[in-house]
Design a protein around this ligand. Structure first.
Ligand code: HEM
Length: 92
C-alpha cells in the first residue's frame, strides 16, 4: 500500500495550481487591487509550497515541518494539496 505523506504532498502536489472564479467584486485588504466579478484567480499551490517565508530550504524533504509546533508557526492556507474551502477535495 502506498502512503503520500504531508511533506511529499508539499514537495510534489499532484495539482500544482488551483483556480477560482470571482463571484463579486473584491478589494484585497491592504492592497490597491480589486478582483472583479468574473475574474479567474489562479492559486499557485506549488509556489506557496516552495515559498521560503513558510518553508525554509524548500527543496529539502523534512516531515518535521508538519509537527504541531511548526504548523502553528505558519499562516493558514500554506499547505494546499487538496485545495481549500467548500470545493476542497472530497477524497482528502
Ligand atoms: C493524493 C490524492 C489526491 C489529491 C492530491 C487531490 C487533489 C484535489 C484537488 C487539488 C482538488 C481541487 C480542490 C479545490 O479546488 O479546492 C480536488 C477535487 C476533488 N477531488 Fe481530489 N485529490 C486526490 C484524491 C482524490 C480521491 C481519491 C477522490 C475520490 C475518491 C477525489 C475526488 C475529488 C473530487 C470529487 C473533487 C471535486 C470536489 C468539488 O469540486 O466539490 N480526489 N482534488
Amino acid at each position: 500500500m502506498y502512503f503520500l505523506s504531508t511533506e511529499t504532498l508539499r514537495k510534489y502536489p499532484p495539482v500544482p495550481l488551483i483556480t477560482r472564479q470571482c463571484v463579486k467584486d473584491y478589494k484585497v485588504p491592504d492592497e490597491d487591487v480589486i478582483i472583479e466579478k468574473g475574474n479567474i484567480v489562479m492559486i499557485p499551490v506549488s509556489g506557496i509550497h516552495y515559498d521560503e517565508d513558510y518553508y525554509k530550504n524548500p527543496e529539502v524533504f523534512d516531515p518535521e515541518r508538519f509537527n504541531e509546533e511548526n504548523i502553528a508557526q505558519r499562516p493558514k492556507y500554506t499547505h494546499l494539496p487538496f485545495g481549500e474551502g467548500p470545493r476542497i477535495c472530497i477524497g482528502k
